[in-house]
Design a protein around this ligand. Structure first.
Ligand code: FAD
Length: 344
């Protein structure tokens, strides 16, 4: 490990609602955190899968939208100055003595005393197109996310998908593309009606093409995809389309991913923990929220909040074994107020 690695007391893997609340519980005990998520935004399933849906079972909040819950949690942890590392997947967790060496997909390295797994149902990965050998074109002429829109200017683009990401990128890239084709497996689109309307207008005036069917083959030179074959849904003859870039937006699927390789005691796609500390089989690694399993576990946000509180107390005793940890109320404790940044 290099010398520019980050030293910390606590590292949280996953910035879903439970990972965010873990920051709060550790913060109350005076422990500063770093938090890593493979997504570019915080909020886990709430933000990714159902931001506009109402939640009714958060204690004390009769109803809030999932994204509102995430926003409120972020406001609640603001006093603790946690450092976020978004768009990075934690790939390596290596115990070394009493501490852990951690590395992310972006090469960020940490040395931490405790690890909190809050990875939910795993890190969200794009659903990939399965055609023989096509993976070697990834990040060259086949993309699952757009980082550099300029690359597509003046090019022939085929976009696969029917949700918001597919439609947004069709509308964004079409004006500067040499040609744009959308391929979707059925007539109905899942994306916002306003986007569908805008796209249909482009199709109607001949500014882009729409094919309803499946990509069943592709052609390529050594280094580039040069075209795709679409088999139409209506059973008509396959259509060949030339393209410079193929962009696939078929949504995201959670995968346990690297967590499976860290020597943890797994129970299918979850990690076994005790119910006193929510500690895994590796001392110093705690697991909270949807990722953990114990008899009676319920995958609910409120369960993860409780687990985060107890895991924080356990970690405090590990980080500062010489200090006795007292339970203090946020209502009345001057120390809690100080940590929360509340003026007395
Ligand atoms: P998640 O929200 O899954 O977040 C985990 C995060 O960890 C993700 O962002 C992921 O990218 C990241 N991650 C995973 N592995 C890595 C890695 N190796 N490196 C970096 N990052 C990683 N619950 C309720 O209590 N009430 C409800 O009404 C409710 N409604 C729901 C409705 C729907 C449609 C769905 C799908 C779920 C609902 N849930 C509800 C369940 C609730 O969303 C989950 O219990 C909650 O999101 C779990 O939070 P979490 O923080 O444990 O994990």
């Amino acid at each position: 490990m290099t010398s520019n690695r980050i030293e910390t007391d606590a590292l949280i893997v996953g910035a879903g609602p439970c990972g965010i609340f873990q920051v709060f519980e550790l913060g109350l005990l005076g422990i500063k955190t770093h938090i890593v998520d493979s997504m570019n935004n915080v909020g886990g399933q709430c933000a990714e899968l159902y931001p506009d849906k109402p939640i009714y079972d958060i204690p004390g909040i009769p109803m809030c939208l999932a994204q509102e819950l995430v926003d409120n949690l972020m406001e609640q942890i603001a006093p603790f100055g946690a450092e976020f590392h978004l768009g990075e997947e934690v790939t390596i967790v290596q115990p070394d003595g009493d501490e852990f060496d951690i590395e992310t997909s972006a090469g960020t390295q940490f040395r931490t005393k405790t690890v909190f797994l809050a990875g939910g149902v795993g890190s969200f990965q794009p659903r990939k197109i399965r055609l023989e050998g096509i993976e070697k074109h990834e990040e060259k002429t086949l993309f699952y996310r757009v980082r550099d829109p300029k690359r597509f200017e003046g090019k022939n683009i085929v976009i696969l998908g029917g949700g918001d990401s597919a439609l947004d990128w069709v509308l964004e890239l079409q004006p500067k593309a040499a040609s744009m084709t959308i391929v979707h497996r059925r007539e109905e689109y899942r994306g916002a009606p306003a986007s569908v309307e805008k796209m249909k207008a482009l199709i109607n005036k001949g500014a882009m093409r729409e094919l309803i069917g499946k990509v069943t083959d592709y052609s390529a030179s050594d280094s580039s995809i040069t075209g795709v074959t679409v088999t139409p849904k209506d059973g008509s003859e396959p259509v060949d389309i030339d393209c410079d870039y193929l962009l696939v937006f078929w949504g995201l699927a959670p995968q346990l991913g690297p967590i499976a390789n860290w020597g943890l005691d797994l129970n299918r796609k979850t990690v076994n923990v005790d119910t006193e500390k929510f500690e895994t089989n590796i001392p110093g690694i705690y697991a909270i929220g949807d990722i953990n399993y114990y008899p009676g576990k319920k995958k609910l946000i409120l369960s993860g909040f409780h687990e985060a509180a107890l895991a924080a107390f356990a970690a405090k005793s590990r980080i500062e074994p010489e200090k006795k940890v007292h339970l203090q109320y946020t209502t009345t404790s001057p120390l809690m107020h100080k940590r929360l940044g509340i003026e007395e």
